[in-house]
Design a protein around this ligand. Sequence first.
Ligand SMILES: [Zn+2]
Ligand SMILES: [Zn+2]
Length: 84
Amino acid sequence: MTDDMPPPRLCGRCYDDMVKLFPANCEERPENVHGAIGMYHCPDCGAMVLAGLPHPDLCARCLAREHPQFDLGHNGSWQPFGQE
Ligand SMILES: [Zn+2]
Ligand SMILES: [Zn+2]
């Protein structure tokens, strides 16, 4: 685990860049979470969020929950929806 936060232009969930980002449509409000939780996965979308900070923006695919797994973005291999 790294404590580097992705730059704001990256999708907070899949870390795609060069995509249009939107405010996350999640019920989770990590900015309202305080204490020693630190980083955790958003229960709504699976994005890595940081307690005490607002939910990062998401790309359209993540808003639509069309990413098959939240962790596929780390190696840059985007799998089209529906493929395993
Ligand atoms: Zn995304
Ligand atoms: Zn979320």
